[in-house]
Design a protein around this ligand. Structure first.
Ligand code: HEC
Ligand code: HEC
Ligand code: HEC
Ligand code: HEC
Ligand code: HEC
Ligand code: HEC
Ligand code: HEC
Length: 367
């Protein structure tokens, strides 16, 4: 008995030792090693039937992605590749196992599992999206806060859904809503939401990069608020906003202002359900907490965004409007009356603030 035990012990030791030793000297496989093969733009795999799929990953773009920037390695996602054996044609297992994003994004996974999509997947619907279907640029994912609501839905939800088929209860304003609110604002009911204003170039039809704004004002993102908040109340007031746009104009940047209601970046945005916000006053009311959660947003090249608190009074002030759309004022007045008729018809309260919110797209379109 005893001898047997000793033998087993020695045997285990012999088998285990090389692994213990390897464990102490082994290191994660360097991305560069993978890119030796996968960094070749012409690297393709032939499928039966003659079709090919690209196995190319652009190492530079990957390095600039949110994952590359945060030192996530190829093998952190392709975790079933633990070693490369060059004696084989393919130096690693193939096909590789599907990437499990939840090893790092547990909260997103949890919210996803509650969603219509997670549920549909669970019930065997192969069309229902997974993490990598929605974040379909998976090797080059960037931070998403800097995208507009329109960019987010165009890049994700509109790939599969035609919202015009639904939402008939949104009177003649369906498209406006998809453009200026995230789908998840309504469809992920419990996601935190905010209203944000962005500097916008109406000729190029794009948001003015935050870097341009801070450069023109000779400040940086960290001291932006301090620099523009002249009265020191911790918020940007309409006069201060006016002053910023004036300074930008003096530096040759024609900054109009656009507004949108977005979901804050939070795992709960993934809990998409059929049961969505339908109550207009959640947004179209002076009392709306979403409107009080108001920021001036500067976007950054890495996809991040900085939010600076705005005084709610900005929404009802006329400074930026007068300044930018002076030629559209007369027509705008007619539009406002039109909108008021719509609003009156469905029993709104809200006055100035509502008009402001509703006329942002009108003002935008006038240019
Ligand atoms: C954030 C996670 C993540 C990282 C990091 C990552 N990948 Fe991927 N990769 C994926 C996903 C998701 C797929 C799609 C298939 C799947 O789900 O397994 C994929 C697919 C691939 C494919 C198949 C072809 C394709 O583009 O779909 C190759 C080759 C590949 N990855 C190589 C790499 C290399 C090389 C690196 C490092 C430079 C890397 N991956 C880093 C998530 C990642
Ligand atoms: C010596 C070249 C070589 C190296 C180095 C290499 N691969 Fe591959 N890889 C291949 C080949 C060949 C295939 C195609 C396999 C097949 O036919 O399915 C492939 C396929 C893949 C796939 C897609 C698998 C599938 O399901 O089709 C992924 C993901 C992948 N490699 C990731 C990596 C990662 C991550 C590394 C670094 C740790 C790496 N590879 C290193 C040659 C290489
Ligand atoms: C090894 C850990 C790891 C894995 C696996 C991983 N990620 Fe990430 N991911 C990160 C880190 C770290 C960040 C940056 C977080 C930060 O700065 O707050 C990040 C950020 C992101 C962001 C940007 C978030 C934002 O605030 O805008 C997205 C989108 C994302 N990941 C999607 C995915 C998807 C999809 C997968 C699976 C294909 C995946 N990740 C797999 C670690 C990981
Ligand atoms: C890859 C395709 C795909 C993408 C991308 C996608 N969905 Fe879906 N969606 C589906 C499928 C499949 C279902 C389940 C089948 C069904 O009932 O329509 C579904 C169901 C839904 C439902 C419930 C519909 C119902 O009748 O029960 C809503 C609401 C929804 N998705 C909203 C969204 C939103 C919002 C986004 C973007 C954040 C999005 N979807 C992105 C494919 C997609
Ligand atoms: C202003 C809030 C709001 C916005 C914004 C919104 N939705 Fe909806 N959506 C709803 C509501 C509420 C319903 C359910 C209507 C009902 O019960 O009749 C719905 C229904 C749907 C359905 C059908 C679900 C079913 O009943 O089968 C889909 C799919 C859908 N929306 C997708 C989207 C997509 C994609 C976007 C973004 C482009 C979007 N929605 C934007 C509120 C919204
Ligand atoms: C139906 C499409 C869809 C699916 C499925 C999906 N995402 Fe997202 N994800 C989005 C959109 C859209 C945003 C941006 C916020 C918004 O507009 O709602 C986002 C935001 C994020 C963020 C930044 C916000 C945060 O949570 O910090 C991360 C990280 C992320 N997704 C990771 C994942 C992971 C991991 C999975 C799988 C468990 C996943 N996503 C599945 C559409 C999707
Ligand atoms: C999730 C917030 C939200 C909800 C809920 C919502 N809206 Fe809107 N609505 C907006 C936003 C944001 C805009 C565009 C304002 C902007 O451009 O900043 C808008 C624009 C409009 C416009 C102006 C469209 C145009 O042509 O200029 C009308 C009218 C309107 N909404 C009516 C409604 C009605 C009626 C309901 C309820 C059935 C409703 N909205 C529900 C956020 C919302």
């Amino acid at each position: 008995m005893k001898g047997n035990w000793l033998f087993r012990f020695l045997f285990i030791l012999m088998v285990a030792l090389p692994f213990v030793a390897l464990g102490t000297v082994s290191y994660a496989i360097d991305n560069e090693e993978c890119l030796e093969c996968h960094g070749d733009p012409d690297f393709v795999k032939e499928l039966p039937g003659g079709k090919t799929v690209s196995l190319y990953v652009d190492g530079k773009r990957f390095a600039q992605s949110v994952h590359g920037q945060n030192d996530v390695a190829c093998t952190d996602c392709h975790a079933d590749i633990t070693e490369l054996n060059y004696d084989n044609d393919v130096p690693h297992p193939a096909p590789t196992k599907p990437v499990d994003c939840s090893s790092c994004h547990e909260d997103e996974q949890e919210a996803y599992e509650q969603s219509v999509h997670g549920q549909a997947r669970k019930e065997g619907d192969d069309e229902a999206p997974t993490c990598a279907t929605c974040h379909n640029n998976y090797h080059y994912v960037k931070y998403m806060a800097g995208e507009t609501a329109a960019q987010r839905s165009a890049g994700v939800c509109l790939n599969c859904h035609d919202p015009d088929e639904y939402h008939d209860w949104l009177p003649s304003a369906k498209r406006i809503h998809y453009k200026y609110t995230d789908c998840s604002v309504c469809h992920a009911k419990n996601s935190p939401k905010l209203t944000r204003l962005l500097f916008y170039n109406i000729f190029k039809e794009q948001v003015i990069p935050g870097e341009e704004v801070v450069k023109a004002l000779s400040v940086d993102f960290d001291n932006f608020l301090q620099a523009v908040d002249k009265n020191g109340n911790g918020k940007i007031d309409s006069k201060e906003l006016y002053f910023i746009t004036k300074t930008l104009k003096a530096k040759g940047i024609k900054a109009s202002i656009t507004g949108e209601i977005v979901a804050d970046m939070d795992p709960s945005v993934h809990a998409i359900t059929k049961d969505a916000i339908k109550d207009c006053t959640q947004c179209h009311s002076v009392k709306s907490p979403i409107l009080s959660n108001l920021f001036l947003t500067l976007t950054k090249a890495d996809g991040e965004a900085e939010n600076y608190p705005l005084n709610k009074e900005v929404l009802s002030s006329l400074y930026p409007i007068r300044f930018y759309l002076i030629d559209a004022t007369r027509i705008k007045l007619l539009d406002i009356i039109g909108v008021l008729i719509v609003l009156g018809g469905i029993g709104f309260a809200g006055g100035h603030l509502t008009v402001r919110l509703l006329t942002i797209p009108l003002r935008r379109r006038k240019k």
